[in-house]
Design a protein around this ligand. Structure first.
Ligand code: KG4
Ligand code: ZN
Length: 337
């Protein structure tokens, strides 16, 4: 068994996965969304304190498997420094006390492995990763070769949903709230700019679109003055602009990349409107779309455990004294390191 821990943001999660069968024998995730909602985003200090209370409580439930643990895995990058440290401290302690190897896991690689939970690993793959912290297209050749083909130059897709929801006074996390409202809205009411539409750059940018939403909110007299229909129409118009932006840049990559399997992962990959759009694009380019089960799109320890199985086979262990969080700067390099 491998015990895996995830605490990179506002979800405290632990899983126990059987190495031989890839079966999840235990998985729990306690989200802090309710605690952060009134701030319209995650407050790192609060998140860290909540992990300190919740993680040990979840860990206590995994005691029945302690005798069978062959390794402990933990997300060590990227994420909020103060919350990553909570999971790392727990993982280090377990590794030392149980005398088992420690496996550091890159959170974004974990999201990619959410596709393989209780399944065989399947590469090569083109991946669109859309989460609260990242927006990237990654070419995954195999376990050790994950190359970033396009990235956001500013906000991520999830973040832009969260910020636009905040502007409209909807709450946090904004993604599911905007998606639900958009179903009732008219996506052609507000003519929002599709980012980088006339640019040859193969990159993403969401901050200009976010500002365009801000201007509409101001024009309508602020969130308090907006009607439910205004909010629904603006949500739908915003979501449409995000879709058009993602599709336009993805098309450029699809035209060049022969890899037939394409996947969308990360919290925002739960969005059905975006999934439907990519279903169409994949059909057009003769690619097959893969997505993770809905409960594994957002942060969870099951995906960390699944990645850890492949890392365990390759003996990718780290000395508990050497593990640390990795600064966000380093992740901008061309490869997911
Ligand atoms: O992957 P994730 O749980 O955490 C990070 O690694 O960042 O992603 C969280 C993000 C949030 O920004 C949330 O608003 C977004 O995923 N999200 C969605 C949807 N569900 C979650 N965005 C758009 N549509 C959704 N249905
Ligand atoms: Zn994530």
């Amino acid at each position: 068994m491998i015990l895996s821990i995830e605490s990179s943001c506002d979800d405290s999660s632990i899983a126990v996965t059987e190495i031989a069968t890839q079966k999840i024998v235990y998985h729990k995730k306690i989200s802090q969304e309710a605690e952060h909602s009134c701030y319209g985003g995650v407050v790192p200090e609060l998140a860290s304190r909540l992990h300190a209370v919740t993680l040990p409580r979840i860990l206590a439930e995994t005691k029945p498997w302690f005798g069978e643990l062959k390794a402990v895995a933990v997300t060590n990058q990227p994420g909020l420094g103060v919350t990553l440290l909570e999971g790392i401290a727990m993982a280090k302690t377990l590794a030392v006390l149980e005398d088992i190897p420690l496996i550091p896991v890159h959170h974004l690689k974990g999201h990619i492995y959410s596709l393989f939970i209780e399944k065989e690993t399947r590469f090569p793959l083109l991946v669109l990763l859309i989460s609260g912290g990242h927006t990237q297209i990654i070419r995954v050749k195999d376990f050790g070769h994950m190359e970033i083909l396009a990235s956001s130059m500013d906000d991520s897709v999830g973040e832009s949903f969260d910020k636009c929801a905040k502007m409209m006074g909807l709450g946090y996390p904004g993604g599911p709230l905007i998606e639900a409202l958009a179903i009732k809205g008219d996506e052609s009411r507000f003519n929002l700019p599709v980012p980088l539409r006339n640019s040859p750059l193969i990159a993403f940018s969401l901050s200009g679109l976010k500002n365009a939403v801000r201007l509409v909110v101001e024009k309508l007299g602020g969130a308090e003055k907006m009607t439910e229909q205004d909010k629904a129409d603006l949500s739908a118009s915003f979501q449409k602009a995000v879709k058009l932006h993602l599709l336009q840049k993805s098309k450029k990559i699809f035209a060049k990349e022969p890899i037939k399997d394409f996947a969308i992962v990360g919290g925002a990959s739960a969005n059905q409107y975006l999934r439907d759009a990519y279903e169409g694009l994949c059909r057009e380019f003769g690619k097959t779309l893969h997505v993770a089960p809905l409960q594994y799109c957002s942060d969870n320890a099951a995906m960390i455990g699944r990645y850890a199985i492949d890392a365990y086979e390759r003996k990718q262990f780290i000395d508990p004294n050497a593990i640390d969080i990795v600064s966000t700067k380093k992740q901008q390099a061309g490869m997911l390191l």
